[in-house]
Write a protein that binds this ligand. Structure first.
Ligand code: NAG
Ligand code: NAG
Ligand code: NAG
Ligand code: NAG
Ligand code: NAG
Ligand code: NAG
Ligand code: NAG
Ligand code: NAG
Length: 379
């Protein structure tokens, strides 16, 4: 009898928690994790950065083309404006990046040919061609290439383009007609890629540069205007967006005065250790809610912050209802995006979703009473 009333109470508790969760719905149609702000006042890049850091989070960073469209939409004039990208000159500060946003580069010697990469020619060799193995080449050289298509257009993930063009032209073509140049080991070492490649020498979506984002993020997205920008030929080391040229980027001397874009994080990593329920109450009381992740882009923004957590996992607003048997976001957002660790499948009672703070940073299911850092959304 006692047993029964306990489980009954427990079901009631579950149900009331579920209702409580539903009350914290997102009030906006799209609750983005960050916002762009256009500042009309003209400042040097350094002054602009100080302004953004005091009044918002930092100078604007851009994850992908979708971000770029949002940045343009927030502009209030068609001019040239600073973004948070700058060049580190002096010494070799180049870093490798995959062209496809969200694909992180990790060093793997076995992919490179013997002695590669080697800057063999007189020009810096900042782009990568794959034959049998990888080799660095000047980006102005011409090769055929393979595009990756996330929508699997015509039932194909990869499309071989048998025209030899420069690396940037190849990247532009892929972004226009498909998703991006083939990027990441999973793609380049897939059967489908190898079948298309046969024994050809092809550009892949790997490049290096010495440009960095003001807030330290490793976002790999670049959107240079090739008519006005030539990396390696000048010392204009701060990046601008040319709003009258569909937003494409160029560079200018950092002490020129220009309007600029800031970004404001709509989320915050709370460095306290709390159970999932405590974290939910904390966010709802002091900020807005626990965060939801509804796209690869949002995952990428949070990933950068999660690396700074003091616990191995970070709670998200992701909850399993064992009464009803499904996972849901406490903000009531519905999205097709998911990033579960394939090993994390315990659909049991009293579990919630957390992000792994290191490694691949996938989502895992964890017992509610674990104490982790967590992300709150601010409004
Ligand atoms: C922050 O914004 C205010 C109001 O626009 C401005 O007066 C102030 O100078 C800004 N902070 C910095 C560091 O520029
Ligand atoms: C390095 O790349 C090879 C494919 O060339 C792959 O088999 C191997 O697992 C990779 N190693 C690491 C540590 O990622
Ligand atoms: C894609 O594949 C599906 C099933 O394999 C087939 O029904 C469909 O016709 C294919 N579409 C195209 C455009 O080839
Ligand atoms: C960016 O990448 C570099 C090297 O590739 C790494 O050392 C650094 O920790 C990364 N930064 C972040 C914030 O992930
Ligand atoms: C960026 O810095 C590199 C050296 O790290 C230099 O070779 C290149 O010319 C610079 N590019 C611009 C546009 O300033
Ligand atoms: C930048 O380039 C200009 C013109 O090429 C040159 O006069 C100037 O000395 C350069 N500045 C630095 C810091 O290299
Ligand atoms: C990481 O956390 C520390 C301490 O909370 C903070 O000072 C620092 O700015 C954070 N770094 C990033 C990249 O968020
Ligand atoms: C899943 O677990 C197995 C065994 O514990 C491990 O070898 C494997 O690497 C894990 N896979 C992932 C994606 O974490």
């Amino acid at each position: 009898m006692k047993e029964k009333s306990f489980s009954c109470d427990r079901a009631t508790m579950q149900w009331s928690l579920f209702l409580l969760l539903l009350m914290g719905q997102c009030v906006f149609i799209t609750c983005h994790l960050y916002e762009y702000h256009f500042i009309k006042e003209q400042m040097s890049w350094d002054e602009a950065r100080a302004y953004c850091r005091e009044n918002y989070t930092d100078l604007a960073k851009v994850f992908d083309l979708t971000d770029m469209r949002r940045l343009q939409d927030s502009a209030q004039s068609q001019t040239e404006a600073w973004i948070g990208l700058y060049n580190i000159t002096g010494g070799d500060n180049r870093r490798w990046h995959w062209s496809l946003p969200g694909e992180e580069y990790t060093e793997n010697k076995t992919c490179w040919g013997a002695g590669q990469p080697n800057d063999y020619s007189a020009n810096p060799e900042n782009c990568v061609m794959t034959g049998d193995k990888w080799a660095d080449y000047p980006c102005s050289d011409k090769f055929q290439f393979i595009c990756y298509d996330e929508t699997t257009k015509d039932n194909k993930t990869f499309h071989l383009i048998e025209t030899s063009v420069t690396w940037t032209q190849a990247q532009n073509y892929c972004r226009q007609h498909h998703t991006d140049l083939a990027s990441g080991l999973d793609q380049i070492y897939s059967e489908e890629f190898k079948k298309l490649q046969t024994s050809k020498e092809l550009w892949i979506g790997l490049f290096r540069d010495s440009w960095r984002w003001s807030d330290g993020s490793n976002f790999s997205f670049r959107y240079w205007d090739m008519d006005s920008f030539n990396d390696g030929l000048n010392n204009r080391t701060c990046a601008t967006t040319l709003l009258e040229r569909s937003g494409r980027w160029s560079s200018a001397g950092c002490d020129q005065r220009k309007p600029f874009f800031c970004y404001d994080d709509n989320m915050i990593l709370i460095h306290e250790e709390k159970t999932w329920e405590e974290a939910l109450y904390y966010c709802r009381e002091k900020h807005h809610d626990l965060v939801s992740i509804t796209s690869l882009q949002e995952q990428a923004w949070l990933q950068e912050m999660a690396k700074n957590a003091s616990t191995p996992f970070v709670w998200l607003g992701l909850r399993y209802t064992c009464t009803l048997g499904f996972w849901f976001w406490v903000t009531d957002e519905v999205s097709a995006y998911s990033n579960w660790d394939s090993n994390s499948t315990d659909d049991v009672c009293d579990v919630s979703g957390a992000m792994d703070a290191a490694g691949e940073q996938k989502w895992v299911s964890k017992a509610d009473n674990n104490k982790f850092n967590f992300f709150c959304s601010k409004h």
